[in-house]
Design a binder for this molecule. Structure first.
Ligand SMILES: Nc1ncnc2c1ncn2[C@@H]1O[C@H](COP(=O)(O)OP(=O)(O)OP(=O)(O)O)[C@@H](O)[C@H]1O
Length: 254
């Protein structure tokens, strides 16, 4: 059974003449890393909201682990481009707050302990008592990832989580995400605009066009993947070229 099974998914925003997603079908295997890429405005973020249950479809359905998605639920946290942290809570407080919201039976101490453990995993063990205003963009995204990780479940949904970061931080957080994925084998769906990021991280890339999915491509590029090898390995070059060609087809320069 796939981790995520999307069948005939149709979604239209109020007032739209055409659906953003029109009879979209896509499956994601358990433990797989799927990147979703494609021209601006073709419904990538909308898809993620539908998987998470933040939006509900007009037709078709999303099933996670065999259960239809009927609304937001624990284990389906999304990490957005801006981490969305509460400025008045510490780093640990932000993660603990989300934990207690998802599971009211947790004591404050239990939530704090679990939050601290997750923050250690993302390299913020020394920053538990800092406030969001004292963090760099990369650190704030680490907190957002820690928060998503602690929410349980086997699914991690990421909507351009590194889009606002400088290249050095971006690469460091890509590596962090890969390490976490390799150690925990969660199923990951990542929306990104960055072709190289998609190739470095994923098993499979779904290329979206207006109205939904155009095609999926397997990434036959052996791991561990070194970014520089994208320009030298035949497999890396081939998929890069293919994706650049697809973007050009839809009038987007990359
Ligand atoms: N809340 C909303 N209300 C109405 N229309 C919306 C809303 N959110 C998104 N849209 C429209 O739906 C379409 C798809 O948006 P979506 O954000 O899913 O695309 P995207 O592929 O993620 O775009 P981008 O790559 O630019 O982030 C766009 O035309 C957008 O303007």
């Amino acid at each position: 059974m796939p981790a995520i099974d999307i069948q005939n998914l149709t979604f239209r925003y109020p007032g739209d003449s055409r659906p953003v997603l029109d009879h979209l079908s896509l499956t994601v295997e358990d433990g797989a890393f799927l990147s979703v890429i494609g021209p601006s405005g073709c419904g990538k973020s909308t898809l993620l909201r539908l998987i998470s249950g933040l939006s509900l479809p007009d037709g078709g359905c999303v099933t996670i682990g065999g259960q239809p998605v009927t609304g937001p639920g624990p284990g389906r946290a999304i990490v957005f481009q801006q981490g969305g942290l509460f400025p008045w809570l510490t780093v640990r407080g932000n993660v603990a707050f989300a934990l207690r919201k998802a599971d009211a039976s947790l004591t404050r101490q239990q939530a704090n302990d679990r939050a601290a453990a997750a923050l250690v995993r993302v390299g913020l063990g020394d920053d538990l008592h800092r406030y969001p205003g004292e963090l760099s963009g990369g650190m704030a995204q680490r907190v957002a990832i820690a928060r998503a990780l602690t929410m349980g479940g086997d699914l991690l949904l990421l909507d351009e989580p590194f889009g606002a970061l400088d290249p050095k931080n971006r690469q460091a957080l890509q590596q962090l995400l890969l390490d976490l994925w390799e150690s925990e084998r969660k199923t990951v769906v990542l929306v990104t605009h960055d072709i190289d990021e998609a190739i470095i991280l994923s098993d499979r890339i779904a290329f979206f066009r207006p109205g939904g999915l155009r095609l999926t491509l397997p990434v036959d590029f052996p791991r561990p993947r070194v970014p520089a090898a994208l320009l030298t390995s035949a497999a890396g070059c081939a998929i890069r070229k293919r994706l650049i060609g697809l973007f050009y087809e839809y009038g987007e320069a990359v």
